[in-house]
Design a protein around this ligand. Structure first.
Ligand SMILES: Cc1ncc(COP(=O)(O)O)c(C=O)c1O
Length: 363
Protein backbone atom coordinates (compact mmCIF):
# COMPACT_ATOMS: atom_id res chain seq x y z
CA UNK A 1 0.00 0.00 0.00
CA UNK A 2 1.48 3.33 -1.02
CA UNK A 3 -1.20 5.82 0.11
CA UNK A 4 -3.19 6.58 3.23
CA UNK A 5 -5.92 3.99 3.74
CA UNK A 6 -9.35 5.04 2.45
CA UNK A 7 -11.96 4.18 -0.16
CA UNK A 8 -9.29 4.61 -2.87
CA UNK A 9 -5.74 3.39 -2.27
CA UNK A 10 -2.59 3.01 -4.31
CA UNK A 11 -0.94 -0.41 -4.64
CA UNK A 12 2.26 -0.66 -6.59
CA UNK A 13 1.69 2.68 -8.29
CA UNK A 14 -1.89 1.90 -9.36
CA UNK A 15 -5.16 3.20 -7.85
CA UNK A 16 -7.83 0.83 -6.57
CA UNK A 17 -11.31 0.96 -5.07
CA UNK A 18 -10.53 -0.50 -1.65
CA UNK A 19 -12.98 -2.87 0.07
CA UNK A 20 -10.58 -4.53 2.51
CA UNK A 21 -9.07 -3.88 5.93
CA UNK A 22 -10.98 -2.16 8.71
CA UNK A 23 -11.14 1.61 8.12
CA UNK A 24 -14.92 1.43 8.51
CA UNK A 25 -15.42 5.11 9.37
CA UNK A 26 -12.69 6.21 6.98
CA UNK A 27 -10.83 8.38 9.51
CA UNK A 28 -7.23 7.14 9.18
CA UNK A 29 -6.41 9.56 6.35
CA UNK A 30 -8.55 12.47 7.64
CA UNK A 31 -6.57 15.74 7.33
CA UNK A 32 -7.26 16.76 10.95
CA UNK A 33 -6.07 13.37 12.21
CA UNK A 34 -2.86 13.69 10.19
CA UNK A 35 -2.34 17.26 11.45
CA UNK A 36 -2.76 16.17 15.09
CA UNK A 37 -0.08 13.52 14.56
CA UNK A 38 2.28 16.01 12.91
CA UNK A 39 1.82 18.60 15.69
CA UNK A 40 2.44 15.98 18.39
CA UNK A 41 5.58 14.58 16.84
CA UNK A 42 7.04 18.09 16.28
CA UNK A 43 6.32 19.15 19.84
CA UNK A 44 6.98 15.96 21.81
CA UNK A 45 8.77 13.40 19.62
CA UNK A 46 7.69 9.82 19.07
CA UNK A 47 7.36 8.41 22.57
CA UNK A 48 8.15 8.95 26.25
CA UNK A 49 10.48 5.92 26.45
CA UNK A 50 9.10 4.99 29.85
CA UNK A 51 5.89 3.45 31.13
CA UNK A 52 2.95 5.35 32.57
CA UNK A 53 2.55 5.98 36.27
CA UNK A 54 5.66 8.13 36.70
CA UNK A 55 7.43 10.48 34.32
CA UNK A 56 5.67 8.65 31.45
CA UNK A 57 2.41 10.47 32.26
CA UNK A 58 1.82 12.97 29.51
CA UNK A 59 -0.83 15.55 28.51
CA UNK A 60 -1.32 13.73 25.21
CA UNK A 61 -2.40 10.57 27.04
CA UNK A 62 -4.71 12.68 29.23
CA UNK A 63 -6.24 14.19 26.12
CA UNK A 64 -6.67 10.76 24.53
CA UNK A 65 -8.32 9.41 27.67
CA UNK A 66 -10.66 12.38 27.94
CA UNK A 67 -11.71 12.04 24.31
CA UNK A 68 -12.16 8.29 24.61
CA UNK A 69 -14.17 8.62 27.86
CA UNK A 70 -16.36 11.21 26.14
CA UNK A 71 -16.81 8.85 23.19
CA UNK A 72 -17.66 5.78 25.31
CA UNK A 73 -19.44 7.75 28.05
CA UNK A 74 -17.06 6.10 30.52
CA UNK A 75 -15.48 7.25 33.78
CA UNK A 76 -12.06 5.79 33.07
CA UNK A 77 -10.24 4.25 30.15
CA UNK A 78 -7.08 2.20 29.82
CA UNK A 79 -5.06 2.74 26.65
CA UNK A 80 -2.45 0.16 25.69
CA UNK A 81 -0.17 -0.98 22.90
CA UNK A 82 -2.54 -3.04 20.77
CA UNK A 83 -6.13 -4.22 20.75
CA UNK A 84 -4.75 -7.76 20.61
CA UNK A 85 -3.74 -7.48 24.28
CA UNK A 86 -7.20 -6.37 25.49
CA UNK A 87 -8.62 -9.84 26.24
CA UNK A 88 -5.44 -10.92 28.04
CA UNK A 89 -5.53 -7.79 30.20
CA UNK A 90 -9.18 -8.43 31.10
CA UNK A 91 -8.60 -12.10 31.83
CA UNK A 92 -5.51 -11.46 33.93
CA UNK A 93 -7.17 -8.67 35.89
CA UNK A 94 -10.40 -10.62 36.46
CA UNK A 95 -8.76 -13.95 37.24
CA UNK A 96 -10.05 -14.15 40.81
CA UNK A 97 -13.67 -13.76 39.64
CA UNK A 98 -13.98 -16.94 37.53
CA UNK A 99 -12.84 -20.57 37.67
CA UNK A 100 -13.46 -22.04 34.21
CA UNK A 101 -13.24 -20.46 30.73
CA UNK A 102 -15.72 -21.33 27.96
CA UNK A 103 -14.66 -20.00 24.56
CA UNK A 104 -16.38 -19.77 21.15
CA UNK A 105 -14.57 -22.30 18.93
CA UNK A 106 -14.04 -19.60 16.26
CA UNK A 107 -12.92 -16.87 18.67
CA UNK A 108 -10.09 -14.56 17.61
CA UNK A 109 -6.47 -15.54 18.34
CA UNK A 110 -6.37 -12.75 20.94
CA UNK A 111 -9.00 -14.58 23.03
CA UNK A 112 -7.31 -17.98 22.77
CA UNK A 113 -4.04 -16.40 23.88
CA UNK A 114 -5.88 -14.62 26.69
CA UNK A 115 -7.30 -17.93 27.87
CA UNK A 116 -3.69 -19.12 28.28
CA UNK A 117 -2.79 -16.05 30.35
CA UNK A 118 -4.26 -17.69 33.47
CA UNK A 119 -4.06 -21.21 34.76
CA UNK A 120 -7.75 -22.28 34.50
CA UNK A 121 -9.56 -24.99 32.53
CA UNK A 122 -10.63 -23.95 29.00
CA UNK A 123 -13.58 -25.53 27.17
CA UNK A 124 -14.59 -24.54 23.63
CA UNK A 125 -18.26 -24.46 22.60
CA UNK A 126 -19.68 -24.48 19.06
CA UNK A 127 -19.36 -21.17 17.23
CA UNK A 128 -22.24 -18.79 18.09
CA UNK A 129 -24.35 -21.58 19.63
CA UNK A 130 -25.91 -20.90 23.05
CA UNK A 131 -27.24 -24.49 23.08
CA UNK A 132 -23.69 -25.79 22.87
CA UNK A 133 -22.58 -23.43 25.64
CA UNK A 134 -25.50 -24.64 27.80
CA UNK A 135 -24.46 -28.24 27.28
CA UNK A 136 -20.79 -27.56 28.06
CA UNK A 137 -21.75 -25.64 31.22
CA UNK A 138 -23.88 -28.58 32.34
CA UNK A 139 -21.24 -31.20 31.57
CA UNK A 140 -17.94 -29.47 32.37
CA UNK A 141 -18.48 -26.87 35.10
CA UNK A 142 -17.93 -28.28 38.57
CA UNK A 143 -20.54 -27.38 41.25
CA UNK A 144 -20.05 -23.94 42.79
CA UNK A 145 -17.48 -22.86 40.17
CA UNK A 146 -17.92 -19.64 38.20
CA UNK A 147 -17.72 -19.59 34.38
CA UNK A 148 -16.26 -16.95 32.08
CA UNK A 149 -17.34 -16.87 28.41
CA UNK A 150 -14.92 -15.47 25.83
CA UNK A 151 -16.08 -14.44 22.36
CA UNK A 152 -15.65 -11.85 19.67
CA UNK A 153 -18.53 -9.34 19.56
CA UNK A 154 -18.44 -8.88 15.79
CA UNK A 155 -16.46 -11.63 14.05
CA UNK A 156 -13.70 -10.31 11.76
CA UNK A 157 -14.24 -12.39 8.61
CA UNK A 158 -17.76 -13.81 8.86
CA UNK A 159 -19.27 -10.51 10.06
CA UNK A 160 -21.52 -12.45 12.48
CA UNK A 161 -22.56 -10.93 15.80
CA UNK A 162 -22.33 -12.98 19.02
CA UNK A 163 -25.70 -13.75 20.68
CA UNK A 164 -24.72 -11.87 23.82
CA UNK A 165 -28.17 -11.72 25.49
CA UNK A 166 -28.51 -15.52 25.22
CA UNK A 167 -25.04 -16.05 26.75
CA UNK A 168 -25.79 -13.72 29.66
CA UNK A 169 -29.12 -15.41 30.30
CA UNK A 170 -27.49 -18.84 30.38
CA UNK A 171 -24.80 -17.63 32.78
CA UNK A 172 -27.23 -16.22 35.37
CA UNK A 173 -27.64 -19.35 37.51
CA UNK A 174 -23.86 -19.87 37.54
CA UNK A 175 -22.95 -16.30 38.50
CA UNK A 176 -20.90 -16.11 35.28
CA UNK A 177 -19.54 -13.31 33.09
CA UNK A 178 -18.71 -12.59 29.43
CA UNK A 179 -15.59 -10.85 28.10
CA UNK A 180 -15.93 -9.72 24.48
CA UNK A 181 -13.22 -8.79 22.04
CA UNK A 182 -15.12 -5.98 20.34
CA UNK A 183 -12.28 -4.86 18.05
CA UNK A 184 -14.50 -4.74 14.94
CA UNK A 185 -17.64 -3.52 16.72
CA UNK A 186 -16.46 -0.35 18.46
CA UNK A 187 -17.17 2.68 16.33
CA UNK A 188 -19.71 0.67 14.37
CA UNK A 189 -22.37 -1.20 16.36
CA UNK A 190 -24.95 0.50 18.57
CA UNK A 191 -26.50 3.93 18.46
CA UNK A 192 -23.30 5.63 19.65
CA UNK A 193 -20.85 3.07 18.29
CA UNK A 194 -20.07 1.64 21.74
CA UNK A 195 -20.09 -1.90 20.37
CA UNK A 196 -21.96 -5.18 20.76
CA UNK A 197 -23.57 -4.62 24.21
CA UNK A 198 -25.07 -1.35 22.98
CA UNK A 199 -26.27 -3.06 19.79
CA UNK A 200 -28.33 -5.35 22.05
CA UNK A 201 -29.31 -2.43 24.35
CA UNK A 202 -27.52 -4.13 27.23
CA UNK A 203 -25.89 -2.40 30.15
CA UNK A 204 -24.75 -5.21 32.37
CA UNK A 205 -21.55 -5.30 34.36
CA UNK A 206 -21.44 -9.08 33.89
CA UNK A 207 -20.25 -8.24 30.38
CA UNK A 208 -16.92 -6.46 29.83
CA UNK A 209 -15.56 -5.50 26.46
CA UNK A 210 -12.23 -4.42 25.04
CA UNK A 211 -11.71 -2.70 21.74
CA UNK A 212 -9.20 -1.09 19.47
CA UNK A 213 -8.77 2.40 18.06
CA UNK A 214 -6.91 0.90 15.08
CA UNK A 215 -9.96 -0.05 13.01
CA UNK A 216 -13.24 1.92 12.76
CA UNK A 217 -12.07 4.59 15.18
CA UNK A 218 -9.29 5.78 12.93
CA UNK A 219 -6.29 5.83 15.27
CA UNK A 220 -4.15 3.25 16.97
CA UNK A 221 -4.04 1.28 20.23
CA UNK A 222 -6.14 -0.97 22.47
CA UNK A 223 -8.80 0.28 24.91
CA UNK A 224 -10.75 -0.95 27.92
CA UNK A 225 -13.25 1.35 29.60
CA UNK A 226 -15.75 1.39 32.44
CA UNK A 227 -16.51 2.72 35.91
CA UNK A 228 -13.50 4.29 37.64
CA UNK A 229 -13.27 1.75 40.49
CA UNK A 230 -13.39 -1.25 38.18
CA UNK A 231 -10.95 0.22 35.62
CA UNK A 232 -8.49 1.09 38.41
CA UNK A 233 -8.63 -2.52 39.60
CA UNK A 234 -7.83 -3.67 36.06
CA UNK A 235 -4.96 -1.17 35.94
CA UNK A 236 -3.53 -2.53 39.21
CA UNK A 237 -4.04 -6.21 38.58
CA UNK A 238 -2.88 -6.78 35.01
CA UNK A 239 0.85 -7.38 34.61
CA UNK A 240 0.48 -6.88 30.85
CA UNK A 241 -1.01 -3.42 31.30
CA UNK A 242 1.50 -2.30 33.92
CA UNK A 243 4.55 -3.74 32.19
CA UNK A 244 4.22 -2.54 28.58
CA UNK A 245 4.99 0.86 27.07
CA UNK A 246 1.87 2.77 26.04
CA UNK A 247 1.30 3.45 22.33
CA UNK A 248 3.57 6.20 20.92
CA UNK A 249 2.50 9.79 21.59
CA UNK A 250 1.97 10.36 17.89
CA UNK A 251 -0.57 7.50 17.83
CA UNK A 252 -2.33 8.86 20.92
CA UNK A 253 -2.62 12.34 19.40
CA UNK A 254 -4.01 11.01 16.11
CA UNK A 255 -6.41 8.74 18.00
CA UNK A 256 -7.73 11.58 20.18
CA UNK A 257 -8.56 13.63 17.09
CA UNK A 258 -10.13 10.66 15.29
CA UNK A 259 -12.29 9.92 18.36
CA UNK A 260 -13.44 13.52 18.50
CA UNK A 261 -14.44 13.39 14.83
CA UNK A 262 -16.20 10.04 15.29
CA UNK A 263 -18.15 11.41 18.28
CA UNK A 264 -19.17 14.71 16.73
CA UNK A 265 -19.91 13.69 13.12
CA UNK A 266 -23.50 12.54 13.37
CA UNK A 267 -23.64 11.50 9.72
CA UNK A 268 -20.71 9.04 9.70
CA UNK A 269 -22.41 5.87 10.93
CA UNK A 270 -25.71 6.46 9.08
CA UNK A 271 -23.60 6.79 5.91
CA UNK A 272 -21.87 3.53 6.74
CA UNK A 273 -25.18 1.71 7.23
CA UNK A 274 -26.61 3.10 3.97
CA UNK A 275 -23.51 1.80 2.18
CA UNK A 276 -23.65 -1.58 3.91
CA UNK A 277 -27.30 -1.99 2.93
CA UNK A 278 -26.59 -1.03 -0.69
CA UNK A 279 -23.71 -3.51 -0.95
CA UNK A 280 -25.53 -6.31 0.82
CA UNK A 281 -28.72 -5.92 -1.24
CA UNK A 282 -26.69 -5.93 -4.47
CA UNK A 283 -24.71 -9.00 -3.50
CA UNK A 284 -27.71 -10.91 -2.19
CA UNK A 285 -29.29 -10.51 -5.62
CA UNK A 286 -26.31 -12.48 -7.02
CA UNK A 287 -27.34 -15.56 -5.06
CA UNK A 288 -25.44 -15.41 -1.76
CA UNK A 289 -27.42 -16.01 1.44
CA UNK A 290 -26.57 -12.91 3.49
CA UNK A 291 -27.90 -11.58 6.80
CA UNK A 292 -30.90 -9.23 6.73
CA UNK A 293 -30.10 -5.86 5.20
CA UNK A 294 -30.63 -3.96 8.44
CA UNK A 295 -27.72 -5.84 10.09
CA UNK A 296 -25.18 -3.04 10.49
CA UNK A 297 -21.98 -5.15 10.35
CA UNK A 298 -19.69 -3.55 7.73
CA UNK A 299 -18.12 -6.92 6.87
CA UNK A 300 -19.76 -8.91 4.08
CA UNK A 301 -18.60 -12.48 3.79
CA UNK A 302 -19.10 -14.23 0.45
CA UNK A 303 -18.61 -17.93 0.99
CA UNK A 304 -17.27 -20.17 -1.73
CA UNK A 305 -20.01 -21.86 -3.81
CA UNK A 306 -19.95 -24.94 -6.01
CA UNK A 307 -20.81 -22.73 -9.01
CA UNK A 308 -18.45 -19.82 -8.24
CA UNK A 309 -14.68 -19.63 -7.81
CA UNK A 310 -13.85 -17.01 -5.20
CA UNK A 311 -10.20 -17.00 -6.37
CA UNK A 312 -11.37 -16.05 -9.86
CA UNK A 313 -13.58 -13.27 -8.47
CA UNK A 314 -10.77 -11.80 -6.36
CA UNK A 315 -8.32 -11.88 -9.25
CA UNK A 316 -10.89 -10.56 -11.76
CA UNK A 317 -11.85 -7.67 -9.49
CA UNK A 318 -8.19 -6.83 -8.95
CA UNK A 319 -7.69 -6.60 -12.71
CA UNK A 320 -10.64 -4.17 -12.80
CA UNK A 321 -9.01 -2.03 -10.09
CA UNK A 322 -11.09 -3.26 -7.12
CA UNK A 323 -9.41 -4.80 -4.06
CA UNK A 324 -11.25 -7.31 -1.84
CA UNK A 325 -9.67 -9.93 0.40
CA UNK A 326 -9.62 -13.68 -0.18
CA UNK A 327 -9.30 -15.28 3.25
CA UNK A 328 -8.53 -18.89 4.03
CA UNK A 329 -6.81 -19.08 7.38
CA UNK A 330 -8.12 -16.56 9.89
CA UNK A 331 -10.50 -17.01 12.78
CA UNK A 332 -14.19 -17.08 11.78
CA UNK A 333 -13.42 -17.92 8.13
CA UNK A 334 -16.04 -20.37 6.82
CA UNK A 335 -14.79 -23.75 5.56
CA UNK A 336 -13.58 -23.37 1.96
CA UNK A 337 -12.54 -19.76 2.50
CA UNK A 338 -14.38 -16.53 1.78
CA UNK A 339 -14.23 -13.22 0.04
CA UNK A 340 -14.24 -10.60 2.78
CA UNK A 341 -15.70 -7.30 1.66
CA UNK A 342 -15.27 -4.37 4.02
CA UNK A 343 -17.62 -1.43 3.51
CA UNK A 344 -16.62 2.08 4.63
CA UNK A 345 -18.66 5.20 5.35
CA UNK A 346 -16.47 6.94 2.78
CA UNK A 347 -17.31 4.66 -0.16
CA UNK A 348 -19.48 6.31 -2.84
CA UNK A 349 -22.60 4.64 -4.25
CA UNK A 350 -20.78 4.46 -7.60
CA UNK A 351 -17.94 2.49 -6.04
CA UNK A 352 -20.39 0.05 -4.45
CA UNK A 353 -22.31 -0.38 -7.70
CA UNK A 354 -19.03 -0.97 -9.54
CA UNK A 355 -18.11 -3.68 -7.04
CA UNK A 356 -21.48 -5.43 -7.38
CA UNK A 357 -21.40 -5.18 -11.21
CA UNK A 358 -17.80 -6.44 -11.25
CA UNK A 359 -18.77 -9.52 -9.21
CA UNK A 360 -21.87 -10.08 -11.35
CA UNK A 361 -19.74 -10.24 -14.49
CA UNK A 362 -17.40 -12.75 -12.85
CA UNK A 363 -20.03 -15.09 -11.35
C1 LIG B 1 -11.13 -9.70 16.53
C2 LIG B 1 -9.83 -8.98 16.61
N1 LIG B 1 -9.35 -8.62 17.81
C3 LIG B 1 -8.21 -7.96 17.96
C4 LIG B 1 -7.46 -7.62 16.85
C5 LIG B 1 -6.17 -6.88 17.07
O1 LIG B 1 -6.40 -5.52 17.22
P1 LIG B 1 -5.14 -4.52 17.04
O2 LIG B 1 -4.88 -4.47 15.59
O3 LIG B 1 -5.53 -3.24 17.64
O4 LIG B 1 -4.01 -5.18 17.77
C6 LIG B 1 -7.90 -7.98 15.57
C7 LIG B 1 -7.16 -7.68 14.34
O5 LIG B 1 -6.39 -6.87 14.09
C8 LIG B 1 -9.11 -8.66 15.44
O6 LIG B 1 -9.56 -9.03 14.23
Amino acid sequence: MQSPVGPRVVFDGREFDYFAGCSYLGLQGHPEVLQAAIDAIRRYGVSTATSRGGYGEHPIYDELEQEACAYFNAEKLLYFATGYLGPAILVQAGASSFDHIFIDSDAHFSLWDAAQAVNKPVTPFHHLQPESLAEKLRLELRPGKRPLVLSDGLFPISGEIAPLPAYLELLKPYNGQVYLDDAHAVGVLGEHGWGTPEYFSLQDDRCRTCGTLSKALGGYGGVIWGEAGWAERVDRSSRIYAGASPPPLVAAAASAKALEIARTSADLRPRLWTNVKRARDGLRALGWALPPSNTPAPIICLESRYDVSIERIRAGLFRQGIAVELVRHYTSTPPGGALRIAVFAAHTSEQIDRLVEGIKELV
